[in-house]
Design a protein around this ligand. Structure first.
Ligand code: URA
Length: 291
């Protein structure tokens, strides 16, 4: 998609501007290199984990990955929050540790937002346009956790405002809720470029903020939207098709918060026949809420 070095040098300023305008019109929203860059190789630190391939996904594909490991055991009991996995590069492990210390010092959501805004340990902040902190009502009994912002969310600085978000709003409305009755965050507060899959290192660095976010909001119920959110929050490799609809729990400040994994609205946009499963999950949530 990007011009080669030769083409670049032969383009006049006007031609380059016209080419960019053409790309924009054709729907290109991110500039990705043709060749992957192993940024870990640039760091001195060892051990070095293999960086996942950067694969662009449209916004509506968030949460849409089928999980090949869907046959594993059901959701585990709440796992105590742990240090970053040892498989990530040392500098990311250090950033995760620093994130944990910074997040722990935040006593309010405003402080947490400020701290995230100033946090430089996650490179996603440099490719994203905006921090996507949260939306909805922090006093609500339900906290929804999605995967990561897409293009629309990045532009507006709010979670779930694109097509998937519109479907989420309709799903909530079906059980009598709207954004005044829920609080919404993502496992990552910055958009991965081109909506590529978040890396383990990005999650390790950002999860302390998500966990502190849950502690500060202290909801009655968590709803984990999609496989990425469910895996991160429940610390499991089990696939979303096995997890969905089964209440699990996430330990927060020594308290086990009931957590319901369900299908991601972006997945439902691509697989509308699965809405019947999401509907069952919504009814289960409503029953818990009213019970
Ligand atoms: N998908 C997500 O997981 N989060 C958003 O905010 C938008 C789409």
């Amino acid at each position: 998609m990007s011009p080669s070095g030769n083409e670049q040098s032969s383009l006049s300023r006007e031609q380059a501007a016209a080419l960019l305008a053409f790309y924009l019109e054709a729907g290109v929203s991110d500039a990705l290199g043709d060749e992957p860059v192993n940024r870990y190789a640039l760091a001195d630190a060892a051990p070095v984990a293999a960086a996942p391939r950067e694969t662009a996904r449209p916004e509506t594909q968030r949460g849409a990955r089928p999980d090949p490991r869907g046959e594993a055991a059901p959701a585990p009991a709440p796992a105590p929050r742990a240090a970053a996995p040892s498989s990530i590069p040392l500098e990311d492990a250090q950033a995760a540790e620093s994130a944990r210390e910074i997040a722990a010092r935040c006593k309010t959501l405003d402080e947490l937002k400020q701290a995230l805004g100033a946090f430089e340990g996650c490179p996603l902040r440099y490719t994203a346009k905006n921090l996507v902190f949260a939306d909805g009502n922090p006093q609500a009994r339900i906290m929804l956790i999605g995967e990561a912002p897409g293009r629309d969310e990045d532009l507006q600085g709010l979670p779930f405002v694109g097509r998937a978000g519109q479907l989420l709003d309709r799903m909530l409305a079906a059980i009598g809720l709207d954004r005044t009755g829920v609080y919404i965050v993502n496992t990552l507060p910055w958009r991965p470029p081109g909506n590529r899959t978040p890396t383990p290192a990005e999650h390790a660095v950002c999860m302390p903020f998500v966990e502190r976010h849950v502690e500060l909001v202290n909801p009655d119920f968590l709803v984990l939207l999609g496989g990425v959110s469910a895996k991160q929050m429940l610390r499991t490799d089990t696939g979303i098709m096995r997890l969905r609809g089964k209440w699990a729990s996430v330990e927060v400040n020594g308290r086990a918060v009931p957590a319901l994994p369900t299908l991601h609205p972006a997945y439902l946009l691509r697989q509308p026949a699965q809405k019947q499963l999401a509907w069952r999950d919504l009814l289960s949530l409503k029953a818990r809420l009213n019970g």
